[in-house]
Design a protein around this ligand. Structure first.
Ligand SMILES: Cc1cc2nc3c(=O)[nH]c(=O)nc-3n(C[C@H](O)[C@H](O)[C@H](O)COP(=O)(O)OP(=O)(O)OC[C@H]3O[C@@H](n4cnc5c(N)ncnc54)[C@H](O)[C@@H]3O)c2cc1C
Length: 384
């Protein structure tokens, strides 16, 4: 049983403890029934199941508020049970984050009831073949033409690419060079000129695609916010969701520790359980310490945002960098403690080993988080 003592920390209110307990019960009884042999079908089933159970209501908000502690608790709990369940929940939030935070009332009313109930799947389309970490160099264009914009270019590494019903997409409208010339649009896959160019396979299967847009006409009313506000919108959305990536890493790490505790308690070496060896105890101590330290950073970032901070760039970057990097280490130790069974295909720790890797790359790679933390720390020093 995973340690839940952190729920007593002062970051949480009774409603968070209630949410964590309800989700834990639901996940334990429902997630095992989802067939993962077809990844797209599994994602669709997971979105429907999470929607029917009411948990997707926390992924987006028609009033523009997102409770980051709830987002983080849900991601942590789902990741501990099933990485794909965490992915589907996360994408419903990230894909509609721009609508929740910056959409008009009409845009919110059109899309959020559908994504929050699980009737529609959403995606976030920012990365391009030539620009991942360097978002300001995006080249996909959106050219004004009467009441429409015409989209041309490619987006790649788009989670839920091909299965999503709605995409929030960033393209260059050219008000200024670089970051200030991007805008955000709501795009649906039925638009002529929208094409899935390629599906991308990864070490942990998720629906991922490259999308191609060729003279794809989208109504100007589909723009979220104003022209030139796309970069600010994208960064604000990532600011909220980055702490939740850290929470997912925390969930993976907690599962790795649980699996390791079972293993070292039951596996006998030289006539005694592995857990009696001091060197093994040293590994268990390091894992438990990394997990608590990561949890403190995750819920510090979430609580700070929920307490009204307009941005939590530094806190979220620290949480993501630490929680994802340490989860990688915790999971690697878990594989080691499992011996040969640790690399057996389909075992829990082998699955975690593949699942964790991408979290150190997407929504800002680890070194990019270091750059962000250093900039913020230096700026604070210079302000005095
Ligand atoms: C599984 C997965 C899911 C994804 N889902 C989505 C999605 O839904 N939507 C979306 O838009 N994108 C998505 N992405 C894309 C992801 O956000 C990018 O892969 C990420 O931003 C890195 O961009 P890149 O791959 O182009 O790598 P690059 O930008 O080429 O960076 C490669 C490496 O260079 C180093 N680096 C880069 N910049 C700096 C810097 N400033 N300082 C120091 N080092 C640096 C880092 O080590 C980095 O890992 C996803 C990616 C993966 C793997």
């Amino acid at each position: 049983m995973a340690d839940t003592s952190y729920l007593d920390w002062p970051f949480f209110e009774p409603r968070h403890r209630d949410l964590a307990a309800r989700l834990e019960d639901w996940a334990a009884s429902n997630l095992g029934q989802i067939d993962h042999s077809d990844t797209d079908a599994a994602c669709r089933a997971l979105v429907r199941a999470l929607g029917d159970a009411g948990f997707l209501e926390h992924s987006a908000s028609e009033t523009g508020d997102l409770d980051v502690r709830s987002l983080a608790l849900i991601r942590e709990t789902l990741a501990r049970h099933d990485g794909l369940a965490d992915f589907t929940f996360a994408m419903q939030g990230l894909g509609t984050g721009a609508v929740t935070l910056f959409g008009s009332d009409a845009q919110r009313q059109e899309w959020l009831p559908k994504t929050r109930s699980g009737q529609a799947i959403s995606a976030f389309a920012l990365t391009e073949p030539g620009s991942g970490s360097d978002v300001a160099s995006s080249t996909m264009t959106a050219t004004r033409n009467g009441d429409d914009y015409i989209l041309n270019g490619e987006k790649t590494w788009i989670s839920n690419g091909e299965i999503a019903d709605v995409y929030t997409l960033f393209a260059r409208t050219g008000e200024a060079p670089g970051a200030k010339g991007l805008s955000c649009f709501i795009v649906t896959p039925d638009l002529p000129g929208f094409e899935v160019a390629e599906r991308l396979e990864t070490i942990a299967p998720h629906p991922l695609a490259t999308l191609r847009f060729k003279d794809c006409r989208v109504q100007a009313t589909s723009m979220i916010g104003g022209p030139g506000e796309g970069f600010r919108i994208a960064m604000s959305v990532l600011d909220v969701f980055r702490a939740s990536v850290a929470a997912a890493a925390l969930g993976f790490a907690r599962r790795a520790l649980d699996e390791s505790l079972n293993r070292v308690s039951n596996r006998r070496v030289q006539g005694a359980p592995l857990a009696e060896l001091q060197m093994v105890q040293g590994h268990i101590a390091d894992m438990a310490l990394d997990i608590d330290a990561a949890a403190l950073l995750v819920y510090r970032a979430a609580w700070t945002k929920d307490s009204g901070a307009p941005r939590v760039t530094r806190e979220a970057a620290m949480a993501k960098l630490f929680a994802t990097d340490r989860a990688q280490e915790v999971i690697d130790t878990a594989v080691q403690l499992h011996g040969g069974d640790g690399v057996r295909s389909g075992s829990a720790v082998e699955t975690l080993y593949r699942e964790i890797r991408a979290l150190r790359i997407y929504e800002g790679a680890s070194d990019v988080q270091r750059v962000v933390i250093a900039r913020q720390t230096l700026a604070q020093h210079h302000r005095g």
